[in-house]
Design a protein around this ligand. Structure first.
Ligand code: FO1
Length: 332
C-alpha cells in the first residue's frame, strides 16, 4: 500500500477519466485498492442515448457496475447474472432488439429515468444509483457534463448515432469523421467543478483511462473548460495507452486510427494525444510490450513509463491500479 498522499492533512484525490470497458475495469480496480484517498471517476456521456423512452448511460453504468462488483466481466458492460425476460418479450413483440437490455439493467434505467423526471440532475441521480448499488464511498462517479453531448459518427454510409455505429453496425462502417453534438454548449458538471475546486489548492492526480481517445475521452476532454480545469489543478496528468502491440484490446480504437490515417501504435497514440491536447499530459503509460517503441529515443523528451497494463484478471487490474497510484506519487 502506498504511503497516503497527505498534503495539509488531506489525501490527494485521484481523478480518473473513464469510458468503455477499459476505463470501467480500471475504475473497478481502483475502488478495490484505494482506501486512503478519494477517487473521482469522470464518465463519458457521449455514448448516452434515449432508448424506449429511457436515458441509457453505458459508460457511467459500466463504472457503477464495475465498482460495485456487479459487472458482467466477460462482456465488459451490463450486469452479471442477468435474466432477459423483458428483452425476450420486447423482441417477440417486434421491439428494437438490436440493443440488449437485461432485466436488472432495465431496473436501473427505469429508476434513473424516474429520478430525472422528478427533477434530479444527472450527477445527483448517478450518485444516488451508485450509493444504492453500494459503490464504495471513497469512489465518486460523476458524469462529465449535465448537458446532453452525443457522439455522432460520420461514415461512408452517412451519419450514425454512437450506439447505432457501435452496436447495431458493430463498428463496421468506415469512419470519416466524428463530432460531439452539443459539446459547444456543455460545461463540466457543477459537482465535478466544485470537487476540483475543493481540492484546488492541494491539487489532485489525473489519470486518462485506457479508453478510446476518439469515442470515450474526447467527449470529456473537449467539453469547454475541462482541460483547463484539469491542467490548472492537477499535480500530474497520466494517460494510459489503449493501444498495445499495435492493437486495441477491445473496441474500434485501432480501426479508427487507421481510418483517420494515424499510425496504429502506442507511439501513434502519444503523437495524436500530444497534437490534440497539447501540454495536458505529463506521463505516458504504455504496456511493457511496447518497450522497443520508446527505446530508440524517439520520445526521449517525454516521460514514458512502461507497465503491465493488460487487466486480464482482477488481480492484474488491481496490480496495475496500485502501480498507477505509486507512479502518481513519484511525480510529487
Ligand atoms: N454493447 C453491445 O455490443 N451490444 C449491446 O446490446 C449492448 C447493450 C448495452 C446495454 C446497456 C449498457 O450500459 C451497455 C450496452 N452495450 C452493448 C455496451 C455499450 O454499447 C458500450 O459499453 C459503450 O457505449 C461503449 O463503451
Amino acid at each position: 500500500m502506498t504511503a497516503p498522499e497527505r498534503v495539509a492533512g488531506e489525501a490527494l484525490p485521484l481523478v480518473l477519466l473513464s469510458g468503455g470497458g477499459g476505463g470501467a475495469k480500471l475504475a473497478g480496480a481502483l475502488s478495490a485498492v484505494v482506501t486512503d484517498r478519494p477517487v473521482i471517476v469522470v464518465t463519458n456521456t457521449g455514448d448516452d442515448f434515449e432508448h424506449l423512452g429511457l436515458l441509457i448511460c453505458p459508460d457511467t453504468d459500466s463504472v457503477i457496475y464495475a465498482a460495485s462488483g456487479n459487472i458482467d466481466s466477460q462482456k465488459g458492460w451490463g450486469r452479471a447474472g442477468e435474466s432477459w425476460e423483458v428483452f425476450d418479450t420486447l423482441s417477440a413483440l417486434g421491439g428494437p432488439s438490436w440493443f440488449q437490455l437485461g432485466d436488472k439493467d432495465l431496473g436501473l434505467h427505469l429508476v434513473r429515468s424516474d429520478l430525472l423526471s422528478q427533477g434530479g440532475s444527472l450527477a445527483q441521480v448517478t450518485a444516488q444509483l451508485a450509493g444504492r448499488l453500494a459503490v464504495p464511498t471513497t469512489l465518486t462517479v460523476v458524469p462529465a457534463t449535465e448537458h446532453p453531448v452525443r457522439t455522432r459518427v460520420q461514415t461512408a454510409e452517412g451519419e450514425l448515432g454512437f450506439q447505432e455505429y457501435f452496436v447495431k453496425h458493430r463498428c463496421e462502417p468506415v469512419l470519416t469523421g466524428i463530432h460531439y453534438r452539443g459539446i459547444e454548449q456543455a460545461l463540466p458538471t457543477a459537482s465535478l467543478a466544485a470537487l476540483l475546486e475543493q481540492y484546488g489548492e492541494r491539487g489532485f492526480d489525473v489519470v486518462l483511462g485506457p479508453s478510446n481517445p476518439f469515442l470515450s475521452l474526447a467527449p470529456i476532454l473537449e467539453i469547454p473548460q475541462m482541460t483547463k480545469v484539469l491542467r490548472q489543478r492537477a499535480r500530474c496528468v497520466m494517460a494510459v495507452s489503449p493501444i498495445i502491440g499495435g492493437k486495441a484490446l477491445k473496441g474500434p480504437a485501432a480501426k479508427i486510427m487507421t481510418e483517420l490515417g494515424l499510425t496504429v501504435s502506442a507511439q501513434g497514440w502519444v503523437e495524436w494525444m500530444r497534437l490534440r491536447y497539447p501540454d495536458l499530459i505529463d506521463t505516458w503509460v504504455c504496456d511493457e510490450t511496447d518497450r522497443a517503441l520508446f527505446e530508440e529515443g524517439a520520445a526521449a523528451d517525454l516521460d514514458v513509463r512502461l507497465a503491465q497494463t493488460v487487466m486480464s484478471t482482477p488481480q492484474r487490474a488491481q496490480a496495475f491500479a496500485q502501480w498507477l497510484l505509486e507512479a502518481a506519487g513519484d511525480n510529487a
